[in-house]
Design a protein around this ligand. Structure first.
Ligand SMILES: Nc1nc2c(c(=O)[nH]1)N[C@H]1C(S)=C(S)[C@@H](COP(=O)(O)O)O[C@H]1N2
Ligand SMILES: [Mo]
Length: 308
């Protein structure tokens, strides 16, 4: 499987590989480490690379146990360590993703359609939550751009809207917080969605996504705050206008549509200048676009200080 590692030249592919191996050995998975080594080619020159900004040990993979137990998923619980247990009985099949709105032929796609129809790769990305903690995660998935091309979007469309599952009988947080505008919704401008860093993920750490991490399919847009990375997607819709999103609807003063990682724009209640890298247990400086500077042309002409 091809590995897309935008952090490649900050850690060098070899250092990353060593970090992965050390991490996997820690889990007793040395043979998986060997398997990964076998399929990890050198990063292609110029492909999604970011400048050397952080020390290699800080950008090493976060441990799987942290990634699977330190969770934001408000449909289940507001407590990060309370979600995993509650999410285990979520029914994941059958599952269909409805594709509709401004497309030539609205359709329903199964998870099998989505995983067999598009080239699957591994993407190692930084993940920065708006709450000022971060991880480095190895996702498996495919480019959102590939799906957008396949579904034949009409020329009037300018945005893509994502909708999560609404199933209060299995998602206790939807019951206990009935005033939230469920289902969880998110969106991107089409040019953001077409950027090669934007992916739909179906796996993490070479295994299918766990329910708590957003199974069966979730969005990952690594230059934005984590709340954009909507889990358990059931609908992808194309619109002419900016679609409503859950956090902006709840509190537009604190959460915007763009939500690009930006150390210079503080959250109204805390600074965004730095973050805690979980696992490394280090406070590190936050970087504009989470370090993914190649997305800057998407925002040319926008005032970066107000687009929160
Ligand atoms: N449906 C849904 N998607 C969601 C959330 C949520 O509460 N519900 N939380 C978001 C937030 S705030 C973050 S930081 C990431 C966390 O992803 P992880 O728990 O897999 O690390 O998921 C995002 N996607
Ligand atoms: Mo988050």
């Amino acid at each position: 499987m091809q590995v897309i590692n935008p952090l490649g030249d900050s850690v060098t592919p070899k250092a990353l590989f060593l970090n992965r191996r050390q991490f996997l050995r820690g889990l007793g998975l040395a043979s998986l480490g060997a398997a990964l080594a076998a399929c990890q080619g050198p990063a292609e020159p110029g492909e999604h690379l970011i400048p050397n900004t952080l020390e290699p040990e800080v950008d090493a993979l976060t441990s799987q146990s942290i990634a699977e137990n330190y969770i934001n998923y408000y449909e289940f619980s507001f407590s990060k360590n309370g979600v995993t247990d509650l999410a285990q009985d979520l029914r994941l099949s059958p599952w269909e993703v409805e594709i509709d709105g401004l497309v030539k032929t609205p359709r329903k796609m199964s998870i099998a359609d989505l995983t067999s129809g598009f080239e699957q790769r591994e993407y190692i990305y930084r993940h920065r939550c708006v709450e000022a903690w971060s991880m480095v995660l190895p996702w498996q998935g495919f480019a959102l751009a590939d799906l957008l091309e396949e579904v034949e979007i009409l020329p009037e469309a300018r945005y893509v809207a994502f909708t999560s599952l609404y199933r209060p009988e299995e998602m206790p947080g939807q019951k206990s917080n009935p005033h939230y505008p469920w289902p969880y919704t998110e969106g991107l401008r089409l040019d953001e969605a077409r950027h090669p860093l934007s992916i739909l993920a179906t796996g993490l750490y070479q295994t299918p996504l766990t329910p708590q991490n957003g199974a069966p399919i979730r969005l990952v847009v690594p230059w934005k705050y984590g709340f954009k990375d909507i889990k358990a997607i059931t609908r992808i819709s194309f619109t002419a206008e900016e679609p409503p999103t859950l956090w902006k609807t709840l509190n537009s003063h604190e959460y915007g549509f763009y939500a690009n990682v930006n150390p210079e724009v503080d959250h109204p209640r805390w600074s965004q200048a730095s973050e805690i890298r979980l696992g490394a247990d280090r406070r590190i400086p936050t970087e504009l676009f989470n370090g993914y500077k190649e997305v800057a042309p998407l925002y040319e002409g926008m005032d970066l200080s107000v687009y929160y």
